[in-house]
Design a binder for this molecule. Structure first.
Ligand code: SF4
Ligand code: SF4
Length: 456
């Protein structure tokens, strides 16, 4: 791995430099919002993998910490109630991903009665990897950077993959979002302890806490805290988008390239988001399942930008109200960051394990403009962090030429939005690629089902 300047912030090739707008959010300490007034909604899909099966029915009483959604199989993760109260209904409700998803609705009794056995602290030093994995799995810990990959699956790479690097992703490269930054400076020992738990599971590995250099306070706090930790290195990253993308992060931190279609474990690495390692800490040392998350509410259409710690299931509309409410009709609502987030048509969705932020934009912030013809300037090619040819992929997708789309590695697109952001013709590149990838995945699923059927 070539590094010309030892202390220079590390980065990857490609990417873009959108304004980070962190000044609106980074200076606001985390506010506790732990007594939600409206009903809580728990979608049975809060992770990648099989949806959970509801374990409660209308009229049941439930306790805080009780499993209300049972994991279905290995790639799945249980869902716990974050309050005590009565189950009002179990029915499909609007999910932040825009679809309707089977959900458990609970009327909060505001007593926060807990299931037995919570708050049990474990001495992980005396535990085997399997015992730790089992606790992380039962606690419903999933990747909280947005993808929602169950943490116990990530932490169980195939036996032939030797893991020698664990990276805590503190890049938070999406504009506006500051929930990870606030966690890094307000709960730094939990981040470090969470990483140490993972390092205990992988005794050959070194730990890295990777933070963009537009967060000097977080870098300083983490460096101070890890002075006596020989297995942990704090790495400054250049502020660039999408620096927090898993492949780009691995390239920047340890100089390894994840192969096309491959996983971080293929290059000996596991990446966890900041809030995920805090959730691992809480599962092992505080005996708490994943029931809350830190979430940024920002944008010109909301009175104040606030970073809340809120119970999973809390209504987003209620959080927006708690941030002072709307000051004008929003022109756009985004769940997540402005680059990779999902557009929402309503604030009536709940906080889920994957909700890092809600942005409520006013018309002045709405950057969507009308598409014009591609001028073949090549800017999208230079910006693509994984070296694709967005202008060609766009043409293939518009022609519905899916075999060429695949041949030119369209399925490797991480949907980061860098090409669309930089494009002077405002081509809707990312949207087209998202739709194209979904189409190909559907075709593959159908082909596999037909093949399976013909054997039956
Ligand atoms: S950046 Fe836009 S205009 Fe330029 S080549 Fe790419 S698609 Fe065409
Ligand atoms: S959205 Fe896809 S094609 Fe566009 S820059 Fe990101 S990875 Fe490359």
């Amino acid at each position: 791995m070539k590094r010309t300047l030892f202390n220079a912030p590390r980065t990857f090739k490609g990417g873009i430099h959108p304004p980070d707008f962190k000044k609106f959010t980074e200076g606001n300490p985390i506010q506790m919002y732990m007594d939600p007034q409206e009903d809580l909604v728990f979608p049975m899909v809060q992770h990648i993998g099989a949806p959970c099966k509801p374990l409660v029915k209308k009229g049941d009483e439930c306790l805080r910490g009780q499993i209300i959604g049972e994991a279905q199989g290995w790639v799945s993760s249980p869902i716990h109630s974050s309050v005590s109260g009565r189950v009002k209904d179990v029915k499909p409700m609007l999910h932040p991903n825009g679809s309707k998803v089977m959900s458990v609705i609970i009327e909060n009794d505001h007593m926060y009665r807990e299931v037995e056995g919570m708050h049990q602290s474990h001495d992980y030093h005396q535990m085997s990897k399997e015992e730790i994995l089992s606790i992380i799995r039962e606690a419903g810990v999933v990747g909280m950077g947005g993808a929602g990959f169950p943490a116990h699956v990530k932490l169980s790479p195939p036996a032939d993959k030797k893991i020698d690097a664990i990276i805590v992703n503190g890049a938070e490269c999406e504009p506006y979002l500051s929930s990870d930054f606030r966690l890094l400076i307000e709960e730094p020992t939990k981040v470090v302890e969470g990483l140490k738990i993972v390092l205990h599971m992988f005794p050959e590995a070194k730990g890295y806490i990777a933070i963009e250099d537009n967060k000097p306070t977080a870098l300083a706090v983490m460096r101070n805290l890890t002075l006596e930790e020989p297995r942990i290195q704090v790495v400054a990253l250049k502020t660039k988008y999408p620096q927090g993308g898993e492949k780009q992060l691995i390239d920047a931190v340890i100089g390894r390239e994840v192969p096309s279609g491959g996983l971080p474990a293929d290059v000996g690495c596991i990446v966890h988001n900041t809030d995920t390692v805090v959730a691992i800490y809480r599962a092992l040392l505080e005996g708490r399942p994943l029931m809350r998350r830190v979430i940024t509410i920002a944008g010109g259409a909301v009175a104040h930008s606030v970073t809340f710690k809120a119970r999973i299931g809390t209504s987003i509309r209620e959080l927006v109200e708690a941030a002072g409410g709307l000051v004008c009709p929003p022109s756009k609502i985004i769940c997540g960051g402005p680059m990779m987030g999902t557009a929402l048509f309503s604030l009536d969705v709940p906080v889920t394990k994957g909700t890092a932020g809600i942005l409520v934009f006013d018309p002045a912030e709405d950057h969507i403009t009308r598409e014009s013809a591609c001028i073949r300037c090549g800017k999208c090619v230079s910006a693509c962090p994984i070296h694709l040819m967005p202008l060609m992929l766009n043409q293939f997708a518009l022609d519905m030429d899916w075999s060429s789309f695949e041949k030119y590695h369209g399925m490797d697109c991480i949907e980061c939005g860098s090409c669309a952001y930089i494009c002077p013709a405002k081509r809707h590149l990312t949207q087209t690629f998202k739709a194209g990838k979904r189409m190909i995945q559907e075709q593959r699923r159908k082909a596999a089902a037909e093949k399976g059927g013909s054997h039956g």
